[in-house]
Design a protein around this ligand. Structure first.
Ligand code: DON
Length: 594
């Protein structure tokens, strides 16, 4: 009997898998195809419904969000529950030791709110803290061994965590259900464990040196002298207790008392400068949303200290200056134009963007129609402009993390939450605070440690993003909500991917609003990326045929096929009178409907 049921299940799954793959092949658009995902996951990449909708980067986080919506929770409740759960099941990407941004659209009041609970530099941070006496970036050294840069590995990489303060404050202000109901699932999964999946196992192998060096990290993520293995159970009892302290004591359960003491002690043991005063003075900031228009829609997106919103709007604004009637996604002419637009935007990012509480960020100037027209006028459709002709010399991009995560939620009243959260690189600084299960971020690497020296994502920065005490490091995280002509939610989206977040969100918006793709295609279409420096047009999988690559080389591009395109978009959109949620095929997320 069981055998028969299994057989039918396999046949049905195979049928749906075939339908999706064959429908992908019948269009001009090339879609991402993750052959490693089982057919049952393929089905969960898209959901349709008329009530609440969810897309997150892990099935358990999507399920807990739906459960909270079923209990009568609103989009904020569901997002908070999903965030705590994702902290447990994606410890490589985000967690209590990290931070993030959230955009909330309140349907009845027609209000858009932006919450910045990103990490901030400790009070003892200084401009040259990551440089040695010769002015060169210094590595982290522990027990005679040398690890990566001190802004990446070890205690000095850790910035003051903001996630807990942010989630609690947003919940207090806008949630409906009690916190305990939202945290219940996360606490249970931390205590009872969950099965390790491929990208978690791979991340623990990639960060093995630092994870093995730090006592509390080794016990969790490098057990028995080896990285985590797919299929084994990851139990995080200390984390369950920390979550219970937060549930019972609120902010004080994390920023004061035993947990706080463990956080500061562990950071200092591994060379960092985090103090109790840093934790006491951390407070989420509410900011004004950055708004812009494209194709009749209104975009509500993330202002600085994210660079995401500014450059998404900038790129859409430049794109609007061109006649796109003959363009189609993936065509050489369109890829060339898109890459040129990206190149210009990232040159500005390196030069002007930083924490607006510390430096003047010329947002209005960067988005002024005259300025966008002037950039568009510099772009030739027949020739690539080498990046060094725009500004600085070339630099190398190292391959790094598959971290960060995004949650998109819509509830039955049309409220929407778009939130991106991170500890920066996979497993952040590699430091788990003793006895707490909290993985501490390495967000300090998002500062520019020295002008012209690339960070872990190959991004260069300038004065605007140099380190200073209590300053917020520049981010690319771009939670975004698109409103239709009547001001109702039309699309909710965001992604991880460091600098590729901005270009991924941009391409999905263009796919949907310019090229009129449905949400599934808009998300799964192959992408490209250019970030000014290094001067490379990076493309995904088979986006460019060998002939197209030659054509782009002839236009002056250095084209590189790059396997690292973990955009992992989580998106929701209105389609034909109902909602559709879509989770990127590039990772293991799940889209659900209430
Ligand atoms: O805030 C930022 O831009 C980075 N810390 C995000 C890191 C990230 O997306 C890593 N994921 N792949």
């Amino acid at each position: 009997m069981v055998h028969k049921i299994l057989k039918w299940a396999v046949i049905l799954c195979g049928f749906f898998f075939f339908r999706i793959v064959s429908s992908c092949q019948s269009t001009q658009v090339q879609l991402y195809h993750n052959a490693q995902l089982a057919p049952k996951h393929v089905q969960a990449k898209q959901a349709q419904g008329r009530l609440g909708m969810v897309a997150t980067a892990h099935p358990l986080a999507s399920q807990t969000a739906i459960r909270v919506l079923d209990l009568g929770g609103n989009a904020v409740d569901a997002a908070v529950a999903a965030s705590f759960m994702i902290s447990v099941v994606r410890p490589q990407s985000t967690g209590l030791g990290g931070g993030g941004f959230m955009i909330l659209h309140h349907a009845r009041q027609g209000l858009n709110k932006v919450f910045d609970f990103r990490e901030r530099a400790p009070q003892q941070a200084t401009q040259n803290m990551y440089l040695d006496h010769a002015g060169q970036p210094k590595p982290f050294v522990w027990q005679g061994k040398t690890y990566k840069s001190s802004s990446v590995d070890g205690g000095l990489a850790v910035a003051v965590p903001g996630l807990v303060d942010g989630l609690l404050r947003v919940h207090e202000q806008h949630g409906k259900l009690p916190l305990a109901a939202l945290m219940e699932d996360a606490i249970r999964v931390a205590r009872e464990g969950f099965l390790v999946y491929s990208s978690l196992a791979k991340a623990s192998a990639r960060r093995a040196p630092i994870l093995a060096a730090v006592d509390a990290s080794r016990r969790l993520f490098y057990p028995q002298g080896r990285p985590l293995q797919v299929g084994e159970r990851l139990v995080q009892r200390d984390l369950a207790v920390t979550l219970e302290m937060i549930r019972d004591q609120g902010r004080a359960g994390f920023y004061q008392g035993k947990v706080a003491q463990q956080l500061t002690q562990s950071v200092r043991k591994y060379g960092g400068v985090l103090t109790q005063q840093d934790l006491d003075s951390y407070h989420m900031k509410e900011r004004q949303p950055l708004m812009g228009r494209f194709k009749g829609s209104t975009l509500v997106t993330m202002p600085p200290p994210s660079s995401g919103g500014v450059h998404i709007l900038q790129m859409l604004g430049i794109l609007s200056q061109f006649d796109l009637s003959a363009d189609r996604p993936g065509a050489v002419e369109t890829v060339h134009l898109t890459a040129e637009i990206m190149r210009h935007a990232y040159a500005d990012r390196a030069r002007y963007l930083g924490d607006p509480d510390f430096v003047y960020v010329p947002v209005q100037e960067l988005l002024a129609p005259d300025y966008l027209q002037a950039i568009a006028a510099q772009i030739s459709r027949a020739r690539a402009t080498p990046s060094h002709e725009l500004v600085h010399p070339d630099i190398q991009i190292p391959q790094e993390s598959r971290s960060t995560t995004h949650v998109s939620i819509v509830d039955r009243e049309g409220n929407a939450v778009s939130t991106t959260q991170t500890i920066n690189h996979s497993f952040g600084s590699g430091v788990v605070a003793q006895g707490t299960g909290v993985v501490l971020n390495n967000e300090m690497d998002d500062f520019s440690v020295k002008p012209g020296v690339p960070n872990g994502f190959g991004l260069v920065g300038s004065e605007a993003n140099k380190v200073a005490a209590r300053k917020t490091m520049l981010s690319s995280m771009s939670p975004t909500i698109v409103l239709d002509k009547k001001g109702a939610v039309d699309m909710v989206l965001g992604a991880p991917g460091g600098p590729r977040i901005i270009t991924a969100v941009f391409q999905v918006i263009v796919n949907r609003l310019q090229f009129k793709m449905d949400l599934y295609r808009a998300v799964q279409s192959l992408r490209l990326h250019h970030q000014w420096l290094p001067d490379k047009l990076m493309f995904e999988q088979t986006l460019l045929s060998p002939q197209d690559q030659v054509a782009l080389q002839n236009l002056g591009h250095t084209v590189v096929q790059d396997p690292w395109f973990v955009g992992d978009i989580q998106a929701i959109a209105r389609e034909g009178g109902r909602w559709v949620s879509v989770s990127d095929m590039r990772s293991e997320g799940v889209a659900l409907a209430q």
